[in-house]
Write a protein that binds this ligand. Structure first.
Ligand code: NAD
Ligand code: WQD
Length: 339
């Protein structure tokens, strides 16, 4: 069976392509490389000893999508392509709505023309805004987002639900990721931010390797056990495996199915720093800074629905996340640019 993976050269996409190939799917990737490198796909092929068909192009390009659906007998789509910087989305909302919302509409239209009706979508815990209660369940209110990135994910969720309600042929799995971290155990693929990282783990690991001086901890006066923000960090390989479970669910289910993909455990910023120091045997210098605008105190998932309906649970713990992130960082101090 052939799966089209949009954004397959990116962080989560490349890890998912590895698992798909190792499960004997044929994989076609479309990626415009706006936030990734083709080197990631070369390494995916090295890890798996299998080949990927790669199209460098944009999901906004309907002609390219049509030609891919014509050339390949695509069974389903796993849709990662999108822009993901919360900060950038606040200053460039148009870019985010065009890429994430219009891009998805384009993809859905091409699927419709090609008669392909199964899609797994990368949504985000961001759609919950500030959760009213924890752990967060899928039925919690969504849409109270505080930035265009999160709103773009919420809008796509609504579009998918409306399509699913309009015609039972559509089969969608909407996966709400919590905080993906870590890397493949080979150390060959991992997260490779273009610029100074926005997210905690890449920042910590670049301090540990000596590329950045000091981590700013954004606030130590939250209503959390140690005052710093608490999140549900999930190993990227567990996340990738969730996509395979979702694809298999779509073989027999229709509609718009929503699942949290998280571990159910929350860790604070300071706990993450400590755990990384243990895994890397390096010191991570940090200083307390003011809160980052838009941040929430705590977010962690109730992952029971994915367990019950998909048979999926996150199996890798905090130590695996840290050891694997450090292996990737220390073997590739400059990410794919080292190649
Ligand atoms: P990433 O930036 O590493 O991967 C996204 C990929 O999509 C990149 O390779 C990029 O070049 C490609 N891309 C972007 N716009 C495109 C377009 N118009 N056409 C073709 N390719 C395009 O990000 P990631 O961390 O792997 O995230 C994958 C998906 O998961 C994104 O949709 C993101 O919003 C979502 N997500 C990520 C996180 C996270 O913390 N990493 C959390 C929740 C949801
Ligand atoms: C985690 C914790 C920060 C950096 C964002 C998006 C979300 C999802 C994942 C895509 C918080 C603290 C961080 C730093 C710090 N992405 N922190 N110093 O904010 O939970 O989620 O990325 O969908 O949508 O909103 O993740 O890694 O940025 O922050 O103290 O330099 O680390 O305040 O408590 P976040 P994060």
């Amino acid at each position: 069976m052939t799966v089209l993976v949009t954004g397959g050269a990116g962080y989560i996409g490349s890890h998912t392509v590895v698992e798909l190939l190792q499960t004997n799917f044929d994989v076609v990737v479309i990626d415009n490389l706006s936030n990734s490198s083709e080197e990631a796909l070369k390494r995916v092929q090295r890890i798996t000893d299998k080949s990927v068909t790669f199209y460098q192009g944009d999901i906004l390009d309907s002609g390219l999508l049509d030609s891919i659906f014509t050339k390949h007998s695509i069974d389903s789509v796993v849709h990662f392509a999108g822009l993901k910087s919360v900060n950038e989305s606040i200053t460039m909302p148009h870019k985010y709505y065009e890429n994430n919302v219009q891009g998805t509409l384009n993809l859905l239209a091409a699927m419709e023309r090609a008669g392909v009706n199964k899609l797994v979508f990368s949504s985000s815990a961001n759609v919950y805004g500030t959760p009213e209660s924890l752990p967060v369940v899928e039925t919690a209110p969504v849409g109270g987002t505080s930035n265009p990135y999160g709103t773009s994910k919420y809008m796509v969720e609504r579009i998918l639900q409306d399509l699913a309600a309009s015609n039972e042929k559509w089969r969608f799995a909407i996966l709400r990721y919590f905080n993906p971290v870590g890397a493949h155990k080979s150390g060959l693929i991992g997260e490779d931010p273009n610029d100074i990282p926005n997210n905690l783990l890449p920042y910590i690991s670049q301090v540990a390797i000596g590329k950045l001086e000091c981590l700013g901890v954004f606030g130590d006066d939250y209503d959390t056990p140690d005052g710093t923000g608490v999140r549900d960090y999930i190993h990227v390989v567990d996340l990738a495996l969730g996509h395979l479970k979702a694809l298999s669910k779509l073989e027999s289910a229709s509609g718009g199915l929503v699942y949290n993909l998280g571990t159910g455990n929350g860790f604070s910023v300071l706990e993450m720093v400590k755990a990384f120091e243990v895994a890397s045997k390096r010191t991570v210098k940090f200083e307390i800074k003011p809160r980052r605008s838009g941040d929430i105190a705590m977010s962690y998932a109730n992952p029971e629905k994915a367990k019950k309906e998909l048979g999926w649970v996150a199996e890798r713990g905090l130590d695996d996340m840290m050891v694997d992130a450090w292996r990737w960082q220390s073997q590739n101090p400059n990410g794919y640019a080292d190649n």
